[in-house]
Design a protein around this ligand. Structure first.
Ligand code: NAP
Length: 516
């Protein structure tokens, strides 16, 4: 677009989530052939993904290659953390302060700070006294970490904890998995990609992209059977669950459209997954503890694993059920449970997730027009229009912001939609002589109703103890933090609003153009 751009990046290099999350076993849960940028047709043809689900090092080198091909690093200031940002009303500029570095000024700021990038460091009594190595998975060291002959504890059994535990179990002297809530996990059935599969995708990438752009989750997944689950007979339903379990994607969740909305249907599929766990884990008591029951299947981000439940058949792996026997405190050399049991550890791995979606924005201490603080505006939960902009914060755009689809769709395709929309908006502003754009407050209230109506219709609304609602962070207000209506529908709404003269936004002409 011919703009002058500077990108401020906290990390020491490109990669974002794939720069920080170097923990063992880190892998994408979206198939590699779909988890790639749709806008570089040469790279699409020249890059050969090695596995069905890529591991972190391969994705990071892919991102490195994008930066190299497009000479992106010259515009990025690495190791630059934004500490405060305020709108200067008089000069119509954002003034962006950074830790120990320069102050930057720009009429427009686009936050691409991510939605899972502010690590949640748990407030477990005594955690600061642990005197042996302790690593949060999202802040993993760049140097190799050896688990050999070590007693390693992993706290957390979300997507991250499951991946890390599976990898650490292969090397550690003994692994202790501290589980507070048992989770549903489906087999990823990861494997090498064949040259035929790569050639087939490359021959018709347009079809893959077209499908991604016009589907609910930007994912290639089998559509649900065209009936309510209980209108199908039991034998047919279980045959369908079994078939989808063996695909190695998230297809099981979509076997019937009412799995996400009908409690009884969901209960049947949840039990199907529990039976699978019982079939894998040999010790019946451990299997039962690993069986999720706190929430319906799919109300939290589904986990895709590569041999997770199987590690509990190894002699060097123990499950520590901290729902039944909670952690009392962490001491210098291990974890003390309320029962008095002491688990001595050489290393602690903290896989406790993120202050998701709003955390990265609030971390930047943003003050809008007339001194309004974002933290104050969002004290009861995020208020946005389309998850793209906030009233009182002119010319501040957010990518994968709260109340946008975020991880409900392949995030690369979600980012593409946001960036295209923002780019078109900036082009419109330049063309029309608009100096500032921001949503009306009323538009935010109406968007909140849309987000809530869709969110309430899903069983997810019944499970509020996870990052989709802010319930994973003590004291964080609970709300529907994501738009759950699908990327296809979201795209149509955003496009319609843009086409209708950016309905719901205030557009302020530049002074020069008013005078003219
Ligand atoms: P998460 O899903 O929020 O899981 C955090 C885990 O830590 C939960 O098991 C939680 O237990 C536990 N925990 C939190 N605080 C605790 C405390 N004080 N004491 C004990 N346990 C505690 O975080 P995540 O696993 O990092 O995943 C976050 C998201 O990142 C995922 O949902 C996914 O969207 C993304 N992700 C994707 C991939 C992939 O592509 N394969 C990999 C990793 C992450 P409770 O459930 O009881 O709260």
């Amino acid at each position: 677009m011919g703009r002058s751009v500077v990108a401020l990046e906290k990390g020491g290099d490109v990669g974002g989530t794939w720069y920080w999350n170097r923990y063992p076993g880190a892998r994408c849960d979206v198939p590699s052939l779909e988890y790639s940028v749709p806008w570089d047709k040469e790279l699409e043809q020249e890059w050969d993904w090695s596995e069905r689900y890529s591991a972190q090092p391969e994705i990071l080198s892919y991102i490195e290659e994008i930066a190299r091909r497009h000479d992106l690093k010259r515009d990025i200031r690495f190791d630059t953390t934004v500490t405060a940002m305020a709108r200067d009303n008089a000069r119509k500029l954002w003034v962006v302060e950074t830790e120990g570095k320069a102050v930057f000024e720009a009429p427009v700021v686009i936050s691409a700070a991510g939605c899972l990038s502010t690590p949640n460091l748990p407030d477990i009594p005594g955690i600061e006294t642990f005197a042996r190595p302790i690593h949060h998975t999202g802040l993993w060291p760049h140097e190799p970490v050896s688990f050999e002959d070590k007693r390693v504890g992993v706290i957390g059994t979300g997507s991250t904890g499951v991946q890390a535990s599976t990898a650490i179990a292969a090397e550690a002297g003994h692994l202790f998995v501290f589980q507070r809530t048992a989770q549903y996990s489906l087999p990823a059935l990861n494997r090498s990609l064949t040259s035929e599969e790569l050639a087939e995708a490359k021959a018709d990438y347009a079809t893959i992209r077209n499908h991604q752009r016009n589907s609910f989750g930007a994912a290639i997944i089998e559509p649900p059977k065209a009936m309510k689950a209980f209108d199908d007979n039991k034998e047919a339903r279980f045959a369908e669950y079994e078939r989808r379990w063996n695909i190695g994607r998230q297809d099981l969740l979509a076997a019937y459209a009412d799995i996400g909305t009908d409690e009884q249907v969901n209960a049947e599929v949840s039990e199907f997954v529990r039976e699978k766990i019982r079939g894998i884990v040999k010790d019946a008591e451990t299997a039962e503890r690993l069986c999720p029951s706190a929430n319906p299947l799919g109300t939290r981000r589904i986990i895709m694993d590569t041999g997770y439940f199987e590690i509990f058949n190894q002699d060097n792996v123990s499950l520590v059920d901290i729902r039944e026997d909670p952690i009392a405190r962490i001491a210098e050399t291990g974890v003390k449970l309320e029962s008095g049991r002491y688990v001595e550890l050489d290393m602690l791995v903290v896989a406790t997730g993120y202050d998701a979606v709003t955390g990265p924005l609030l971390d930047m201490n943003i003050t809008g027009r007339e001194g309004v603080e974002l933290a104050e505006k969002w004290k009861n939960g995020p208020e946005t229009y389309l998850g793209l902009m906030m009233h009182g914060f002119p010319n501040l755009f957010t990518v994968t912001g709260p109340q946008s689809p975020t991880v409900h769709a392949n995030v690369i395709m979600g980012i593409e939609q946001h960036v295209d929309w923002i780019g078109d908006c900036l082009a419109m502003m330049e063309r029309e002589g608009i100096e500032e754009i921001e949503p009306e407050h009323q538009s935010e209230l109406e968007w909140a109703k849309v987000v809530e109506a869709i969110g309430s219709a899903n069983l997810r609304a019944k499970d509020t103890n996870n990052w989709y609602t802010g319930g994973n962070i003590p004291g964080k207000p609970r709300s529907f933090m994501t738009y759950q209506g699908g990327l296809d529908r979201y795209r149509a709404i955003c496009d319609e609003i843009a086409t209708n003269s950016y309905r719901g936004f205030q557009l302020s002409p530049a002074k020069a153009s008013v005078e003219a």
